[in-house]
Design a binder for this molecule. Structure first.
Ligand SMILES: NC(=O)c1ccc[n+]([C@@H]2O[C@H](COP(=O)([O-])OP(=O)(O)OC[C@H]3O[C@@H](n4cnc5c(N)ncnc54)[C@H](OP(=O)(O)O)[C@@H]3O)[C@@H](O)[C@H]2O)c1
Length: 293
């Protein structure tokens, strides 16, 4: 299948683009500022540039477009709300309109941050209620995709963890680096998520592409873990002493008003669709990463 993956210089896009190529698809990634090199075919495009996007989509005529590109950091979006709107909303509008013209299956990567993050257990039928600039921009983009593209999937991801390979950076990449250097780290004990391993998220997208799944789907792991608990699991998988990890409250963070306490997902739908992926504990991914060295 001909597939376009935006944000292929990022954490998720790179992993997905690589996996699709390995599975025999004709996948092409896009990037904006990354220097490469890339282990898959790429095109450089700024997705805010309507003319450039139009040319690319018309040239590739992809059967599926996986839109991973975004300004994806909560604090960065809060500091630069105009940039969040341009990269997350305008770029999505442009891409979605061209995707609709060629009838491509459009998969939009969204986030738990479209909810208020107060009580968690967010399900697919819950209405978005964003409280920060990032969440607002992603919720706006979701609506645009739903209104513009007929065969579309809103794939909301929870915190993606695990080893990346030179593209993007997960929360556990930084943590692992600190533990390897014998440094102490502090992690929030009252910020809870449903972390999902990068390998699981990647395999999920490969299957969703193949089966042309549409609608809304929440992608999260089966466990509800604080960042602190996630950190302890990572340390155990790699055999690092746990005493280097200390727990603090999210209330100690200067920007804590933008940080959600409970962004956990209800993953019933995922576990029904793909029991093997939806029930995979986070330890399995960490242990596989550690075994690879
Ligand atoms: N990572 C997570 O834990 C997580 C959790 C929930 C949802 N998500 C969602 O999943 C998606 C992927 O996240 P990620 O962590 O992989 O992101 P990331 O590592 O921050 O990568 C962002 C990507 O977007 C590209 N990009 C940004 N603005 C662009 C523009 N105007 N034109 C072209 N490319 C642009 C970047 O290109 P350059 O670097 O080349 O400039 C980069 O490839 C995002 O939609 C995010 O909202 C991620």
């Amino acid at each position: 299948m001909r597939i376009l993956v935006t944000g292929a210089s990022g954490l998720l896009g790179a992993s997905v683009c690589r996996a699709l190529c390995v599975s025999g698809h004709h996948a092409i990634g896009t990037y904006r500022s990354h220097q490469g090199p890339f282990p898959f075919p790429v095109e450089r495009v700024d997705l805010r540039d309507e003319t450039a996007v139009g040319l690319l989509v018309a040239q590739l005529r992809s059967e599926c477009i996986i839109h991973c590109a975004a300004l994806s950091r909560v604090i960065e979006c809060e500091r630069e709300p105009e940039a969040a709107l341009a990269h997350n909303v305008l770029a999505t509008r442009i891409l979605a309109e061209y995707a609709e013209r060629i009838g491509a299956h459009f998969i939009y990567l969204s986030t738990d941050q479209v909810f208020d993050g107060l009580s968690g257990d967010h399900a697919e039928h819950d209405l978005p209620a964003p409280t920060n600039a990032y969440g607002h921009s992603k919720a706006m983009a979701e609506r645009i995709v739903q209104e513009t593209c007929k065969p579309s999937l809103i794939l909301r991801s929870n915190n993606i963890v695990g080893r990346t390979s030179g593209f993007g950076r997960s929360f556990t990449d930084g943590l692992l680096e600190s533990l390897q250097n014998g440094e102490n780290v502090t992690l929030f004990n009252d910020q809870t998520r449903s972390p999902i391993h990068l390998s699981v998220m990647t395999e999920l997208i490969v299957r969703l592409v193949r089966e042309r799944v549409t609608g809304i789907l929440h992608a999260g792991g089966p466990e509800r873990l604080s960042r602190y608990e996630t950190g302890l699991r990572l340390a155990r998988a790699y055999g690092f002493p746990e005493h280097h990890i200390r727990s603090v409250s999210v209330a100690t963070h200067p920007d804590q008003r933008f940080l959600h306490r409970d962004g956990t997902f209800n993953t019933t739908k995922l576990r029904l669709l793909y029991p093997d992926l939806g029930n995979e504990p986070i330890d399995s991914g960490f242990c596989a990463d550690a075994a690879r060295g």
